[in-house]
Design a protein around this ligand. Structure first.
Ligand code: F6P
Length: 519
């Protein structure tokens, strides 16, 4: 039986340890020492987190007592890690075989081979579209793709696509996710359908928003009445083999994932790789996968001081369950990561926003935090006031890069824009931790507001893959510490059910009163 957090001796001990005060304890030795590699090019610095050697030792005891790495290995070996849906959890396998072991499905399918074959199909298709061997139904070269999907079929792929736009996509991507008709209509204004491929992405093949948007797009294309244009041959599907969308031979092509890839963990499967390979080419896609795989391998390390995802997870649990902080902000100092916080919102909150444990029993402690975020420096001019002087402490996760992705910069007042960006980042870490005294209470900064920094020389495809996997694995480890099932999402079902009742006019009085408001 896996233990609940509050059944461990180490957690009790952690509660009793003396706390760190960053206004006094942050120093340059910590800044130099408190670094751990998340992969070859990504480093996690936790100098400005409220931990010390004593606390770290006890966190190590906690992860050992829970047997975190053993649980990770069980998951990698294909043991059932998602009891709510009775499924294996194999997103790590979509980017490499971490333990180099054969993983067989109940019908003896080799699942490693399944993912490799799908990926090869994706790369082959993308190469042919990019070099013009596969073209539109009116013989025009494909210049745009539109990903039609929502949640995990949108957020991760979109965040990764945007993160690499400085790498000049040969094919430009657009996204239609919301069932708000304006989403599809606005995208439609920007594309020439003859030069566009629509990627219909839905693991389940049943999502209301995505199926509705498919019909809306079909309609918009047909309305244009373009001679010889066959809209079905401009659409490809990414779905699971068991979904109603699978094997639609009217479409140009289909690519598959399986039930063992959760939507929010699907960016490194065909869900993200079709789009990214088409836009950036298979080599960039492979670099993303390599970066993610390297973090998956590094995450096997038992020593928390040498395992960045595990340490980040353990510190997060300390912040949530010892210091009682309910929120975490993700603050990338890179415009390329503009949608990364939105993606992490889903990965974290849909995974660990749970109040029952792995065995479906109520837990007596807090689980996943509220996640929000925005790029710096934009966020500074928006909500940092509350972060600095509000009544709550909100732990901060900064992400920063030495160099910009783009080459053109300018020196204004003796510094480049990139230098200004990073000066702001550093200023924030210092300001939050050390604070500032004043005779005027309105100008007092209490300090002791903690932050970590994930950093690298540059946001490359490899670094991006590592960053993605760092968070995926951090969230998985936290789920183990809280003894949750991080891989189902029952909490989204109720709203879907009531929506369907409303759409079929089966309403109670409360629902009807609300409908009347918007009618
Ligand atoms: O509504 C939640 C959810 O099931 C997410 O977990 C998932 O990422 C999203 O919907 C989209 O699902 P699908 O890919 O099956 O359309």
């Amino acid at each position: 039986m896996y233990k609940n957090l509050d059944q461990t001796k180490a957690f009790d001990k952690l509660l009793s340890l003396e706390k760190v005060d960053l206004t006094k304890d942050l120093n340059n030795k910590r800044i130099k020492d408190y670094n751990v590699k998340s992969s070859e090019e990504l480093i996690y610095n936790y100098a400005a987190m409220p931990v010390n050697e004593n606390i770290l030792d006890t966190m190590q005891e906690l992860v050992d007592e829970i047997g975190i790495i053993d649980r990770y290995k069980e998951l990698l070996k294909g043991e059932m890690a998602n009891p709510g849906e009775k499924r294996k959890v194999l997103h790590q396998l979509s980017r490499g075989n971490v333990l180099n072991e054969k993983i067989l499905d109940d019908d003896k399918t080799d699942l490693d081979l399944f993912f490799k074959n799908e990926l090869n199909k994706v790369f082959d298709f993308a190469t042919k579209v990019r070099n013009g061997q596969i073209f539109g139904s009116t013989k025009k070269k494909i210049k745009n793709v539109v990903q039609i999907g929502i949640g995990g079929s949108d957020l991760g792929p979109r965040a990764l696509y945007l993160a690499l736009e400085n790498y000049n996509p040969e094919i430009k991507a657009y996204f239609v996710s919301n069932v708000d008709p304006c989403d599809a209509n606005l995208v439609f204004k920007n594309i020439n359908c003859e030069e566009t491929l629509f990627i219909l992405v839905s693991k389940s093949g049943t999502t209301l928003e995505t199926l509705t948007n498919k019909e809306l797009i079909f309609n918009l294309v047909k309305e244009q009445n373009i001679k010889n244009l066959n809209v079905e041959k401009h659409m490809i599907a990414v779905t699971s083999k068991t979904s109603p969308l699978a094997n639609d031979s009217s479409l140009l092509a289909s690519f598959f994932i399986n039930d063992y890839i959760g939507g929010r963990y699907s960016s490194t499967s065909s869900v993200g790789m079709v789009l990214l390979s088409l836009c950036y080419g298979p080599n960039i896609a492979k670099d993303i996968l390599k970066g993610a795989h390297d973090n998956d391998v590094a995450s096997l390390e038992k020593n928390i001081r040498k395992n960045a995802s595990l340490l980040d997870a353990a510190i997060g649990v300390y912040l949530r369950n010892v210091l009682d902080y309910p929120t975490t902000a993700i603050l990338p100092y890179s415009q390329a990561l503009s949608r990364f916080p939105a993606h992490l919102q889903q990965v974290d909150m849909e995974s660990n926003g749970k109040a029952v444990n792995f065995y479906n029993e109520a837990i007596n402690y807090s689980s996943g935090p509220v996640i929000f975020g925005e790029c710096g420096t934009n966020g500074q001019h928006s909500f940092y006031q509350l972060l600095h002087q509000g009544t709550d402490t909100i732990p901060l996760q900064f992400i920063g890069f030495t160099n910009a992705q783009c080459t053109k910069d300018i020196v204004v007042n003796k510094s480049t824009s990139q230098e200004k960006l990073n000066a702001n980042l550093i200023a924030q870490i210092v300001g939050f931790a050390t604070g500032k005294d004043s005779d005027n209470p309105n100008k007092v900064f209490l300090g002791d507001r903690c932050s970590s920094l994930l950093y690298s020389k540059k946001l490359t495809p490899y670094t991006l893959g590592s960053l993605l996997a760092h968070y995926e694995n951090k969230i998985m480890f936290q789920g183990f510490m809280w003894n949750l099932n991080s891989f189902d999402q029952e909490g989204v079902q109720l709203g879907k059910k009531i929506t369907n009742q409303i759409l079929s006019n089966d309403n109670d009085q409360i629902t009807q009163a609300l409908i009347d408001l918007l009618s």
